[in-house]
Design a protein around this ligand. Structure first.
Ligand code: DGL
Length: 293
């Protein structure tokens, strides 16, 4: 048993789709959630900035004493390089692998659609893995950059007219391609599952990156004898308004946030990465010496 919390981060609300599932699967775990709401979106940026932000987010979570880090973000999971996570003192998990695996298992026809942020689609991360996991599948990928701001601004109701219009525009080519499985490759997108499901029509399996990542975390914790049954609290840290986040998080998590939301100034997040690039002895690199914030 390991009573340290699980660390989860995203650019904003999207990672809550992983929190939602983690709380269902592992109700005894404490969770520290970091949402970089002051710098959302990540998915429209270049890989250098995304990696820089992600390293800072990870350093923040390490400073909270977490036992595992989940990048609950398709963009970060698709952009971080092995060298960014190799020196971490705790296990690291992303969303791409478990989500691609679930899609490869779900498809009957072998036609899989992938939607994600511009950075995720540009990286080709899901497609590469799908073709390895299930050679012969055909994939069609599309970036849906307006979905993230729609979610962050609360347009998540299944009958939301604005989201519906945007979904129709983005998803028509995937519907026409006849996919039977659609990867919601950005963790924000499951919050639009109602709208996306309507635009795709019946019979298309939607694969939720947040949910699949949470399942993978459970397996990883179990394999490392790191599970905890004695906790159950969540603490949220955000780099912009706490009120706005709390109100939206309540909607996204159905049952409510179950924990306090605290503001962290971006300057405190950015500080660890301002250290020289050099690697500290012991191989922890960017993450060496980050104490409790
Ligand atoms: N939720 C994130 C993802 O899974 C980030 C979206 C964004 O900030 O653009 O890609």
């Amino acid at each position: 048993m390991d009573k340290r919390p699980i660390g989860v981060f995203d650019s904003g609300l999207g990672g809550l789709t992983a929190v939602r599932e983690l709380r269902r699967l592992l109700p005894g775990e404490d969770i520290v959630y970091f949402g970089d709401t002051g710098r959302v979106p990540y998915g429209t940026r270049g890989s250098t900035i995304i990696r820089q932000y992600a390293r800072q987010d990870i350093a923040f979570l390490l400073g909270r004493g977490v036992k595992l880090i989940l990048a609950a973000c398709g963009t970060v999971s698709s952009t971080l390089l092995p060298e960014d996570t190799a020196g971490l003192p705790v296990p690291y998990a992303g969303v791409v692998e478990p989500t691609a695996r679930a899609a490869a298992e779900a498809t009957r026809t072998g036609r899989i659609g992938i939607i994600g942020t511009a950075a995720t689609i540009r990286s080709g991360s899901y497609e590469r893995l799908l073709h390895t996991l299930r050679p012969g599948v055909s994939t069609i990928a599309r970036a849906c950059p307006l979905f993230v701001p729609l979610v962050e601004n609360g347009h998540i109701a299944p009958n939301d007219a604005v989201s519906g219009l945007v979904a129709e525009e983005y998803l028509a080519p995937l519907r026409k391609a006849g996919v039977d499985t659609l990867i919601l490759g950005c963790t924000h997108y499951p919050l639009l599952a109602g709208v996306i499901g309507q635009a795709m029509g019946p019979g298309v399996a939607l694969i939720d990156a947040g949910r699949e990542a949470a399942r993978a975390v459970k397996a990883k914790l179990a394999a490392g004898s790191l599970l905890n049954e004695a906790g159950g609290g969540v603490r949220y840290y955000v780099t912009d308004s706490t009120d706005q986040f709390a109100a939206m998080a309540d909607r996204c998590l159905d049952g409510g946030t179950h924990g306090p939301v605290e503001h962290i100034p971006i300057e405190r997040i950015a500080a660890p990465d301002m250290a020289p690039e050099g690697r500290a002895p012991g191989g922890a690199g960017h993450f060496a010496g980050c104490g409790r914030l």
